[in-house]
Design a protein around this ligand. Sequence first.
Ligand code: ADP
Length: 255
Amino acid sequence: MSIGNGAHWGPSGVQPVAVELRGVIKEYGSRQARVRALDGVSVAFPTGTWTAVMGPSGSGKSTLLHCAAGLEKVDAGQVLVAGANITNASAAELTALRRGRVGFVFQTFNLVSSLTAEQNVELPLKLAGARTSRREVRRVLEAVGLGDRTRHKPGELSGGQQQRVAIARAMVSRPAVLFADEPTGALDSKSARDVLALLETMVSGSGQTIVMVTHDPTVAASATTVVFLRDGQVVDSAIRPSAHEVAGRLARLEH
Ligand code: ADP
């Protein structure tokens, strides 16, 4: 993987910008039924910030997340992750990126039901062929408040606890960026608040970078910055808006 043009190295080797999209175009479908999901998106996600990506259904939120994380190739423009230009990265390079530099959290947790919390967290390390340290796995589970649930299987945990296992699994390889797709979408409001509080701690306490897609203004208002999409374009952004303000801007985009 090459180091992207214009990537800045901070004093400690950490880039001030964790992820950047420059003029990204992404289309789906064949010639007759072509859909332009991203239409010239330029956006930067600074290191140590938590960004919520919002917009009406079909505005390109998931596509943006997938392209930023190297899950999908872009048709034009550039994608830089942790200083590396991944635009033309090979499949093997993208796999290495996904295993080492980016973490994912999904609405549906995606845990392996037959494995304990500890084994689920260990799994990405094993898949990557990395040496697995039981102590490190325990440390991450303790950090998400599950130090006393390490031997429980997903079916023995609440939804909020399962999502915290999923966050621990994403964090165990110390990713430069954590991507979250509706991370609280399947949770009751108390569990959702707990998960959002955990994400907040990760950002303010450890300088983690988080990029999160949500359609919920209350969830978006937990983030540092909210970026609004419409028809595949970034049309607005707000820093620490209230849920009320987010809902108002979203309503304007939907009309
Ligand atoms: P959002 O997450 O905001 O709902 P998406 O990124 O899922 O929006 O979709 C943006 C546009 O791209 C929509 O018009 C959607 O139908 C289209 N799209 C997304 N994924 C695919 C796909 N795999 N094949 C064809 N069209 C797609």
